[in-house]
Design a protein around this ligand. Structure first.
Ligand code: GTP
Ligand code: MG
Length: 240
């Protein structure tokens, strides 16, 4: 979430609170105080995830620099990060029947902070993931390898749920981040598939046909990754 979206979300909550407090017998001043106090834990909640994203992004940027010295070229094409917006968090809380307090949300939702790392080659994904996980302040909570075991849709990526400490004014806090590592080809497929998945007015027969077609496209794009990896291996062997 960027700061604008965050202010939108916080604004929405403030409006909700203002509505609740409207019917109470309360001065404008105390109402604003109450709203400010109530929003503080929520602001801190989102700030923690933003900080954790900064930590993880920096780690990848450092590794990118390091790898570019050792191997020819940068292994990372791009990094995209986001904090899940307020609406999506609430939708997930309802869908998964999670108690509606910040602590439960923190405990049960793993993808509030998300960092997507797009790499050039499949090998780079595993190399970067290994280096990240070997860092002594990173704890691996869960790993899902959708490259070795693609989803039935054809989706491929390496997912890591990690926790990283952030250092606040008076405390150290471990914060969870979902890291998705994928190649350009995997990202290309996932982005287009994601866009099409939400298209409405498609008949069930057509949907079935399209999902086969998309799975097939995922296979083609995966074989492209393997061939590009082979080309790279040959070049590396030639220059060894
Ligand atoms: P969530 O509760 O939905 O986050 O599910 P989960 O905890 O089981 O996570 P999962 O391992 O399924 O990965 C979730 C994330 O991976 C999604 O938010 C997407 O970004 C991505 N993803 C998973 N499956 C697909 C897919 O079939 N297509 C696309 N485009 N993205 C996918
Ligand atoms: Mg998710």
């Amino acid at each position: 979430m960027n700061s604008e979206q965050f202010i939108d979300s916080a604004g929405k909550m403030a409006m909700e609170l203002a509505e609740i407090t409207q019917n109470m017998d309360m001065s404008e001043e105390s109402m604003l105080d109450l709203i400010g106090d109530s929003l503080l834990p929520v602001e801190q909640f989102f700030a923690n995830y933003n900080c954790a994203i900064m930590e993880i992004e920096t780690k990848f940027k450092v590794l990118n620099e390091q790898f570019s010295l050792k191997y020819d070229g940068n292994p990372i094409e791009s990094i995209h990060s986001r904090v899940k917006d307020y609406d999506s968090i609430i939708r997930k809380v309802i869908r998964k029947n999670i108690p509606r307090d910040l602590q439960s949300i923190e405990e049960k939702i793993n993808d509030i902070a998300g960092v997507r790392v797009v790499c050039s080659f499949v090998d780079d994904i595993y190399r970067l993931a290994d280096c990240l996980l070997r860092q002594d302040d990173i704890t691996l909570i869960r790993k899902k390898d959708y490259i070795k075991n693609p989803k039935p849709t054809g989706y491929r990526s390496l997912h890591l749920i990690v926790s990283v400490p952030i250092f606040l004014e008076n405390e150290k806090k471990d914060v969870k981040v979902e890291v998705q590592l994928r190649t350009i080809a995997m990202d290309f497929w996932a982005s287009l598939e994601h866009k099409m998945r939400y298209k409405k007015n498609i008949s069930p027969e057509m949907l079935e046909k399209l999902s086969h077609e998309l799975t097939d496209c995922a296979e083609i794009s995966s074989s492209l990754d393997s061939r590009m990896q082979n080309v790279r291996n040959l070049i590396l062997a030639e220059n060894a």
